[in-house]
Design a protein around this ligand. Sequence first.
Ligand SMILES: Nc1ncnc2c1ncn2[C@@H]1O[C@H](COP(=O)(O)OP(=O)(O)O)[C@@H](O)[C@H]1O
Ligand SMILES: O=P(O)(O)O[C@H]1O[C@H](CO)[C@@H](O[C@H]2O[C@H](CO)[C@@H](O)[C@H](O)[C@H]2O)[C@H](O)[C@H]1O
Length: 556
Amino acid sequence: MATLSPITANLTWADAAPDTNFWSTLAQGLLPPYVNTCRWFAGKARQQTGFAVRTVHTISLPDGDVAYLLILEAAYADGVPENYLLPISFITDHAANSLPFRLADIPDKGRIGEATLGEQPGVLIDAIYDERFRRTLFTAIYQNQTVPQPNGQLTFHRGKGLDEGDDALPSQVLPVDSSNSAMTFGDKYFMKLYRKLFRETNPEVDMVAFLTDESNFANIPAFGGSIVWKRDDTPDVTLGMVQRMVPNDKDSWAQTGDYLNDFLYAVPQRLFAIREDVFDRVELLGKRTGEMHCALYKPNADAAFAPESFTTEYREFLIKRFEDLLDRRYALLIDNYTKLDIQAQRLAWVFMEAKEMIDTFIADFRTRPFDSLRIRIHGDYHLGQVLAVSQGMNNDFVIIDFEGEPESSITERKIKHSPLKDVAGMIRSYHYAVSAKLFNSAETEGLDPDHLQRVSDRWFYLIRDTFLNAYMDTFGTPHPLFKDSSEVNFLLLIYLLEKAVYELGYEISYRPSWVKIPLKGIIDVIRDIEKIRLSDGNTIPDVPMLQTGLLQTRSV
Ligand SMILES: Nc1ncnc2c1ncn2[C@@H]1O[C@H](COP(=O)(O)OP(=O)(O)O)[C@@H](O)[C@H]1O
Ligand SMILES: O=P(O)(O)O[C@H]1O[C@H](CO)[C@@H](O[C@H]2O[C@H](CO)[C@@H](O)[C@H](O)[C@H]2O)[C@H](O)[C@H]1O
């Protein structure tokens, strides 16, 4: 908890909702330092100019107390402000012992700060750690409630995946650190509260509904309901979603980490060891990824999901977005350059020096003929988005988190792309997995970094090609979505580069010690672009395969 002086106000917590002075004191005092410690807050690396509580929704708790759903605006020196959802409860010292949960169990990251309100000392907490608040949200969904608020209404919608009789399940907060907050109910349901908010419905709800209702895709959790803030003449804002809980051993990031342990232990002995079942798992994930894209490819679907070609509009959108992303990343790198270690600084230089070449490569995308198709995709596909399931599904995978890239606007997240963007996401993730393991483990301390890099690359290329081959095999020929291997390779390079450049910002903002991983990913693509660059530098007639050449001989 931030060690700031407690705030004091004359009002009682129950009367706080309309008191703008109180919220403004909070937004200028306790909230900024607190929010800056939260994993879900994406503005840490930006120059913040202030916070403001824009809306306060009241949630009445079963014992007569209240919690509030704050819409907190974060403003920056550059760019538009962002809005975040912050549920908040006030636990008085007096009431602390009679609650259905123990204050001592709330982790520091859930404690906003001390306050004395109406002469009652206590602590302000993130309400997800308040069992009464969690229960109230779930009951409201179960009962399809609509709760009027001074600014619109909160609509709780119950989906098909929620069973009768499940209205009073014990709940807990999942200890995962990610862009949103996760809670579970009776180990049967999973609720996600979205943190960064947009003036539009969240694409995750559309995607989950389409994959369940239109395609019967079995490898996602069934839809259990949603929480939406509705106002007249303003687009709906999705605040949360419930899905069936998938009993999973771990996500594929953790599972790949386990497999990599075996690999890691062999490295100091100069052994290159990958178990056969690692390849089986990677192949299965390639197949499930292909099946997810088949399920999203419905030639007769309505406009939101119908396949589209590589129109000029899309190309211009992608180019503009990429150029903006690059500009922001170069600026972010310059601002944070001195905080990087020497190795990261070297990689950052190579990236900055390749700017012109990258610009030319992107520009080629403007005019290059493309006959491949675009569809709705997962959008933020990586190993952490795939749960490894053993119970009932026989060591299979379940794909989650269809929210898209946290940094993109919601409108952008609904734009159709080549599914190779997801494929690139997973390839990047394998690169992350091996890099994080080999370069951050005690077992490899003191080993020659160049040797480690070679070993890491070898693992990565083998796994990447195994994944790609299994993915491609899922569709049969001719491929419904990709015209030929040259288009596949060009698109993969462009999406790999875009993803790694995106990740660079993610790491600078959230995990500065991992910045080297996406930088290395960027440099790898730059090397591939260098290979295919023609002396006249204008167009690339045929794009050869990345590194190992497996795709080159494949027909698609
Ligand atoms: N349906 C589910 N069943 C069980 N666990 C889940 C489910 N959905 C998500 N999780 C767990 O919660 C974590 C966060 O969920 P995710 O959808 O990725 O949220 P975020 O948008 O915050 O990244 C996942 O990594 C996974 O461990
Ligand atoms: O919070 P989300 O799951 O929506 O996604 C964000 O966080 C991810 C990290 O948790 C981030 O993924 C990056 O790190 C992963 C390892 O932790 C790695 O597997 C991914 O390849 C890498 O992109 C993701 O980019 C971000 O959007």
